[in-house]
Design a protein around this ligand. Sequence first.
Ligand code: FES
Length: 349
Amino acid sequence: MGDHSHGSPENSGTVAKADDVAQDRFPDPGLPPHRPRLADRDPRAAKRHERQVALLFTISIIGTLFFFVAYFVLGHLGEMTFAELRVQNAALGLGTAFAMLGIGVGIVHWAKTLMPDHELMEMRHEIRSEEDRQDAVEIIDTVLEESGIKRRPLIRNTLIGAIALAPIPAIFMFRDLDRTGNTAHQMIDSLRHTMWDKGIRLTRDPSGTPIKASDVQIGSAFHVIPEGLNETEHPLNEKAKAVVLLMRMDPAEMQISEGRETWNVDGIVAYSKICTHVGCPIALYEQHTHHLLCPCHQSTFDLTQECKVIFGPAGHALPQLPITVDSEGYLVAQSDFHEPVGPSYWERG
Ligand code: FES
């Protein structure tokens, strides 16, 4: 395989020659001289670094085990409160972080302290012949030999353990995306609908108290959930789809498209709070510009133009919830949203 002898440890400090003109204009600075590290000179230092690398891989294993404890022990205490859910999420995140960091930092430490650190260089070229392939196999064998993975069973065994365990949490998390046993089609269909329906009152999040039209002043914004959400079987799932922002503006400033003339109550409008990019909750309403801002990737929606995207990566306007008032003056939905809320990963047609 080509001329990789240029980069062998004995030839460290040389590079393959470029053409003469370029050589004249850009003199080859060569490679810096090789400086032996402590572990190269002192076997006891090498042994110490080996134990440190193994410790980092062991931390990864402990992180994965911690994930399992948080997942199975905390996850099976029955119906969890928000506070307990937060604790469990923090524990799952910590376990996963240590599992990944342990492997990453361990490999970097291993490479920096124990693996050979002479620099290799070869010209880039295509692999065409059987001979080239043989050369490539030889290089891989050399890398395995020089990495010391065969000579250092402590590192090898802890690395195998860490790498074997680390992906398992991802399997559990993907499985949890749906525990209902629904088909993919049913799952997508469930995303098309929220619990909003004709006559359901708009209530404050999280107290659940209903909102009268007279409570909503120009410039104010309410975080809203459907009445009865907290009594549903899976309130968090329902909230993730149905949460809404309620605002009031001067009707003269609103551009209303055909068919939506009756969806607001004297300038009070309700829009899905779920960003149409990748689903972050929209958090900021600028009352002077009437812009809604998503904190994740700065998508900006213009309330005066039915929450059309005016900046950022979101692909669709925020869906509007048609609202009206009931006989007692409380704000209620006229129906569900007329289009799916949230990210547009899948076709809306
Ligand atoms: S999720 Fe809102 S901009 Fe990306």
